[in-house]
Design a protein around this ligand. Sequence first.
Ligand SMILES: [Zn+2]
Ligand SMILES: [Zn+2]
Length: 265
Amino acid sequence: MFDCHIHSTFSTDSEMNPIEACETALKQGLDGIAFTDHLDFDYPDTDDSFNIDYNEYFKTMTPIRDDYKGRLNVLRAIEAGIQPHVIDETLKIVESFPFDYVLASVHVIGGVDPYAQEYYTGKTKLDAYERYLEEIYFMITQFDSFDMVGHFEYIIRYSQYADRTIRYADHSDIFDSILKELIKQGRGFELNTGTYRDPSASFKYDFEVLKRYRELGGELICLGSDAHRINHVGLRFDYFAQIIKDAGFSHTVHFENRKPVWDKL
Ligand SMILES: [Zn+2]
Ligand SMILES: [Zn+2]
């Protein structure tokens, strides 16, 4: 199993040393991890703190990858935070470095990160979630150099609605548009376990999204913990691997040199 979504110290919001992350992954019995450090051009209310010096990143990650060869597959990756006006400069970075894997995510909608509560002000839950999914649809149709889509569930993390679960049934049209477009493009999405770290949380993963993707012919699905600290690496992967299996998938996928590699479940 691969954890395809890990943040090291190269991300402003993580203090996890990459070697500590690798050691933890080995202890967890993982076969590989992807360091998807954050690139978010024009992230609101900060200076350029979600930007990375990718020359430094590769100078650090390549020897780590080489050291762990044969024990742990270390993938050099990026989580590209997309807003409509940053697509061109993001493309430039993505195409200038030899990433194994590009994860495309939406963190900012109309200039606001839902982490800031103002995003939800005056919006019903359905409006707030739908708007997020529309932004993902825009991203996948306009940003042409990614492998998988990050966390459909990001929008529920900071919401305060009584029932925070995001459901396929509530947004079936936009989910279908996203899933069909991804299938047409030969791309997929991650199941981001970071949103579901607490098994006792009142919101649950709605696996109808996974089932629908499978039903439409989708095959590319991966697991990502979104860990920013060592005790989150690979968290609850056995549980979510079973959910993926139950939705009809026989494999998950990870990416090497931007090409999918299949991992049997
Ligand atoms: Zn993210
Ligand atoms: Zn992330």
